[in-house]
Design a protein around this ligand. Structure first.
Ligand code: MLT
Ligand code: MN
Ligand code: ZN
Length: 310
């Protein structure tokens, strides 16, 4: 299978438009070894021609433009057609959903896989689906967990891949009534499996807690592409930006006891890659001691345009 990282940043991207934190400032001054990053999204394919899009970020048009040499060039498409065959939403956050509006020209209803919780947010507090009903329309494919807590599906047109969605504890968006009263399904992680080769990648850009089902998902995968939002629990507070600890925002930090480095270090099999990096995270600067510490732990940092082949 092929995975293309379309956007590797958390909400706001990097540099963030109004931010003068050390990372954003140094990027603008050209004084750090850091890459520009758009907001969190990937595409997955088995044949390299037909793709499933994960999340629709506000940066999607730029992302697709940058990807245009790799997408839609090897097959004959109708006058108005895309090889992005469906969209799988990880949550209903702004950084993962507002790009849907940029896809309104679709001549067929946008096939969107998401949970009922996400569907509710996108038809009430952030009614993107309602707006789209006057454009392309949305063909909602519900993700409903079975008794064993997962949902297995295939996407029409994306042959060769099997997807399994799992509920994860993270945080619903600030606009959602579910932020304070979660009822499940606000956030998912998805295991992407190549049916022919059996290779597996687990994708979870939002993961606040290592729940009991998570370690096996990580350690049985060939690659994990997981939450790399914050380096430390109090990163935003220490920078004087906001008094919001990482875990309270639904993101497990990398450093410290129980952090992502510790969790991943115990696992032998998977290739380990972080994504959904916040602009405040020191790992954005490749010369930083934090970035170097990750590399020593065998953990990579994804970047826009990264290609993973399994
Ligand atoms: C999050 O995952 O917490 C988001 O990146 C927040 C946002 O999009 O503003
Ligand atoms: Mn996000
Ligand atoms: Zn910043």
């Amino acid at each position: 299978m092929k995975i293309r990282v379309l956007g590797s940043a958390a909400g706001g991207g990097f540099p963030q438009w109004n931010c003068n934190c050390p990372n954003c400032k140094a990027y603008r001054e050209g004084s750090s070894q850091a890459k520009r990053r758009t907001q969190s999204s990937i595409a997955a394919s088995s044949d390299g021609q037909n793709w499933a899009l994960f999340n629709a970020s506000p940066d999607i048009l730029t992302q697709l433009h940058d990807f245009s040499k790799g997408i839609g060039t090897q097959q004959s498409l109708k006058l108005r057609e895309t090889p992005l065959r469906a969209i799988i939403l990880i949550d209903s956050q702004i950084d993962h959903t507002t790009g849907l509006l940029m896809l309104r020209e679709s001549t067929t209803p946008l096939r969107v896989y998401c949970t009922e919780a996400v569907h509710e947010d996108l038809t009430t507090g952030n009614p993107l689906f309602n707006v789209l009903s006057s454009y392309s329309k949305v063909d909602w494919q519900p993700i409903r967990f079975d008794d064993s807590g997962k949902f297995i599906f295939e996407v029409e047109g994306v042959s060769g891949l099997r997807f399994t969605a799992y509920p994860l504890k993270s945080k619903a968006p600030p606009y959602s009534p579910r932020r304070k009263n979660p009822s499940g399904g606000e956030t998912i992680g998805v295991l992407i499996e190549d049916i022919r080769t059996g290779k597996k990648l687990f994708y979870s850009p939002g993961l606040g807690e290592i729940e009991s089902h998570v370690p096996a998902l990580f350690s049985n995968s060939d690659c994990v592409l997981v939450d790399g939002t914050f380096w430390s629990e109090n990163e935003m507070r220490d920078l004087g930006i906001a008094d919001k600890p990482a875990r309270a925002l639904g993101h497990l930090p990398q450093s410290g006891p129980g952090g992502m480095i510790e969790v991943l270090s115990s696992m032998k099999k998977p290739r380990k890659i972080l994504t959904h990096i916040n602009n405040t995270n020191p790992i954005i600067n490749e010369d930083s001691p934090e970035h170097q510490e990750l590399l020593r732990a065998g953990i990579e940092v994804s970047f826009d345009g990264m290609e993973i082949e399994l």
